[in-house]
Ligand binder design. Structure first.
Ligand code: PEP
Length: 261
């Protein structure tokens, strides 16, 4: 069967690049992709800058019609009110965000985000017509104790509880031991878990939902290993951390289709 899912290459900038640096980086990314004649029908590009950059990114993307989507690195479970420091999905939607990252392992690890919080954040994103990019993945200890799929599947089931089969979501499988370590999963390991996640989506929300939902791999993705992941039938793109800060490297990952045979 032909894979009709548009690959998504998403760059998570984490807490890097202030709004002035964001302007320069987005311009450089757009020029690099344009010069390389990037085919937007072959892969979609999205970036996740810090919240304080989003207005600048929106202004630039809108003015110059850059084919670059963007989103928030997190969002509040609440829509408005006395929640100091929180960012509403409504505000992200007003800034033209298409996506919201949810449940990144750094949020789970350093900010105590539970599966229950992630489920509420998925609901909040969908309420504001944002596409949740739900991150799931096992730690090295989980891998040893439970194997590769059990923890990500459990996180997926919990976070998608109550989601409608009509919803548009993206799942990012990010083994925690591979994030920022320089040690990516092998393509076989990643494919095995992504296939198990897709089977879980089919069980929970039906074949149609599972067939159209994009599942990304994340964890030490670079231009030198992206092609091997993109050859796998259940991997529809990548969530890229460190390498997304290097424009030439990120643009080369976006253009993986030039080096996948
Ligand atoms: C991430 O933080 O989502 C990530 C995948 O990071 P890196 O690419 O640096 O491993």
């Amino acid at each position: 069967m032909v894979n009709a899912r548009l690959p998504l290459i998403a760059g998570n900038w984490k807490m890097n690049l202030d709004h002035m640096q964001a302007i320069a980086t987005v311009q450089k990314l757009a020029w690099t992709l344009d010069e390389a004649k990037h085919d937007a029908g072959a892969s979609e590009v999205a970036i996740f800058p810090p919240f304080t950059d989003l207005r600048s990114v929106q202004t630039l993307v809108d003015a110059d019609k850059y084919p670059i989507a963007y989103g928030g690195q997190d969002l509040s479970v609440h829509d408005a009110g006395a929640y100091t420091g929180e960012i509403s999905g409504a505000f992200l939607a007003r800034l033209g965000c298409r996506y919201a990252l949810i449940g990144h392992s750094e949020r789970r690890q350093y900010h105590g985000e539970t599966d229950e919080t992630c489920q509420k954040k998925v609901e909040a994103a969908l309420r504001h017509s944002l596409i949740p990019v739900l991150c799931v993945g096992e730690t090295a200890a989980d891998l040893e104790e439970f194997g590769a799929s059990a923890v990500p599947i459990g996180q997926l089931k919990a976070a998608l509880d109550g989601v409608s089969p009509d919803a548009d979501i993206v799942v990012a499988y990010e083994p925690v031991w591979a994030i920022g370590s320089g040690q990516a999963a092998t393509e076989e390991q990643a494919e095995q878990v992504c296939a198990a996640l897709r089977a879980t989506l089919a069980e929970m929300l039906g074949e149609d939902f599972a067939g159209r939902t994009r599942i990304l791999y994340g964890g030490s993705v670079k231009s030198s290993n992206i092609a091997s992941f993109m050859r796998q039938p259940n991997i529809d793109g990548a969530l890229v951390g460190g390498a997304s800060l290097d424009v030439a490297e990120f643009a080369s990952i976006v253009r993986f289709y030039k080096h996948v045979i």
